[in-house]
Design a binder for this molecule. Structure first.
Ligand SMILES: Cc1cc2nc3c(=O)[nH]c(=O)nc-3n(C[C@H](O)[C@H](O)[C@H](O)COP(=O)(O)OP(=O)(O)OC[C@H]3O[C@@H](n4cnc5c(N)ncnc54)[C@H](O)[C@@H]3O)c2cc1C
Length: 459
């Protein structure tokens, strides 16, 4: 009997590395050494004799790097992603904190929705705050400690095929053409991955790319943090489209090296933070008092902005002809409106798909359909969370799924109830942090609880 998407999602969330390495392939090559590629490499280290990560950026560079331009912006590690990291790298939290990451357990997190303070779910999952380069650097350190993983500084330029299988990656090393042979190639080249072009040029089918245009404008700034151990380490103020069609929200996190990182996001012509004065003024005027207090600290450096045009997914699962020896992970498959903070957690779940697939000792001489089917469940879930919320924005014009009016009314009730009702908030948090499948919210019991909570709140 085949499992439902919700059951698959639950199983993926429970995936643990095998007790012992059990190689099913000789050499795996991962193209792209960012979060998704590194997590894939971690999983592959259990199932391959050797793993090579090809990354165009200099691996010695820590901190911001050109290959990950979004790295300057605030990145939330959802509790679901944090749980996965702890499983893949036991002791991750301790080591992260020792290197400057800041604990973000439920009592240290505060969230406002449309200016109303949300209840804390006391037994919610733990998480961590830190800059994106810190989090990625921590993952890289852990992966490169594995004896069978190495990084090659090179730019991948194409695939090597042998009949119906991918057997390697072509790359430029210091301007000289070369190639890495592989039994399995993993595309982790991010949102701008060239894999579709490479497949098409080699006569294969190009996967359909689906987009939802969001025109999101991000701005992030750093402030000096004087408290060594602040009571609140993650503060978020979210605005629903009904309340504000163009300001998405703001957040600030305690991060390494005694700093706060603050972010503001807007849609369309709303471009927050073009200057430092504008950033500070908006923090003071548009958000709850904690943001005004933050704005009183010294700003460190400039405001960094980032424009994100669309959420997009490439439907590899739907192509009829796909070569053997090839899979994709992370943003290369699907990247979402970053306001929901899903990217790194989705990448961790793709790694769980890879682990499940390789554990089944698959025949690698045929396309990895079983992997693509598992990954579709993760992409569908993340896509539905992100796009169903974005469809409520006035400037987003679809495509609307069937039953959208009813489902958007129900989700508005549930989201509103998360402000006052701990049980509804717990169930909602489990879904938005990608620990539970979105269908777990579609129960009459939860909707009734939400309606009752909203009625109580109105009184
Ligand atoms: C503004 C913004 C804010 C975000 N906020 C969050 C957040 O709060 N929480 C969250 O979880 N996610 C967030 N994300 C998403 C997150 O950044 C990504 O999901 C995450 O980085 C995983 O991406 P990835 O590893 O698939 O790709 P990327 O991080 O984009 O990395 C791709 C890698 O591939 C390399 N590469 C590309 N082409 C080649 C080539 N030809 N040869 C060799 N190497 C190559 C690049 O150098 C790079 O290292 C945000 C994204 C944006 C844009």
């Amino acid at each position: 009997m085949s499992l439902s998407p919700a059951q698959v999602f639950t199983a993926l969330n429970a995936v643990r590395p095998p007790e012992q390495a059990s190689p099913v392939l000789g050499k795996a090559v991962v193209v792209g050494g960012s979060v998704a590629g590194l997590l894939a490499a971690r999983v592959l280290s259990d199932y391959a004799d050797s793993v090579v990560i090809i990354e165009r950026d200099d691996p010695q560079v820590t901190g911001e790097r050109p290959g990950v331009p979004q790295g300057t912006q605030l990145h939330a590690l959802l509790p679901g992603g944090f749980l996965q990291l702890e499983r893949l790298f036991p002791g991750f939290r301790e080591e992260a904190v020792a290197q400057g990451a800041v604990g973000a357990p439920p009592p240290a997190r505060r969230t406002y929705l449309d200016g109303r303070l949300k209840v804390v779910v006391p037994d919610d999952a733990d998480s961590l705050a830190g800059s994106r380069p810190l989090l990625e650097g921590l993952i890289r350190q852990q992966v490169l400690r594995l004896p069978n993983v190495k990084t090659v500084a090179a730019r991948a330029t194409g695939l090597v095929f042998d009949g119906a299988a991918v057997t390697g990656v072509r790359c430029d090393v210091d301007g000289l053409p070369g190639a890495e042979s592989a039994d399995l190639v993993v595309d982790a080249m991010g949102r701008s991955s060239r894999l579709s072009d490479w497949l098409e040029h080699a006569g294969w089918e190009r996967p359909t790319t689906r987009r939802m245009t969001v025109h999101l404008n991000y701005a992030t700034a750093l402030f000096r943090r004087t408290e060594a151990n602040p009571a609140l380490t993650v503060v978020m103020a979210l605005l629903s489209p009904k309340m504000s069609p163009d300001v998405a929200g703001a957040a600030f996190f305690a991060i390494e090296d005694g700093r706060w990182m603050a972010m503001m996001a807007g849609y369309g012509d709303h471009r927050p933070g073009r200057t430092a004065d504008d950033f500070v003024r908006r923090l003071r005027e548009q958000f709850p008092p904690e943001f005004g207090d933050l704005a009183g600290n010294e700003m460190l450096g400039d405001v960094r902005t980032y424009a994100h045009a669309d959420s997009r997914r490439r439907d590899f699962h739907a192509v009829r002809r796909f070569p053997a020896g090839l899979v994709s992970v992370g943003d290369a498959v699907a990247s979402f409106n970053p306001v929901y903070g899903q990217g790194m957690t989705a990448a961790a779940l793709h790694a769980a798909c890879l682990s499940t697939y390789l554990r089944s000792k698959p025949d690698l001489s045929v396309p990895a359909r079983a992997y693509l089917d598992l990954q579709k469940v993760v992409v569908d879930a993340a896509w539905s969370i992100s796009t169903s919320a974005d469809l409520a924005l006035p400037h987003v014009d679809g495509p609307y799924p069937r039953g959208y009016r009813l489902s958007s009314w129900a989700s508005r009730q549930i989201v509103a109830a998360t402000v006052s009702d701990v049980e509804v908030a717990r169930r909602f948090n489990d879904v938005v942090s990608m620990r539970e499948h979105p269908r777990s919210l579609a129960t009459p019991g939860l909707l009734l609880a939400a309606l009752r909570a909203n009625r109580r709140a109105r009184r």
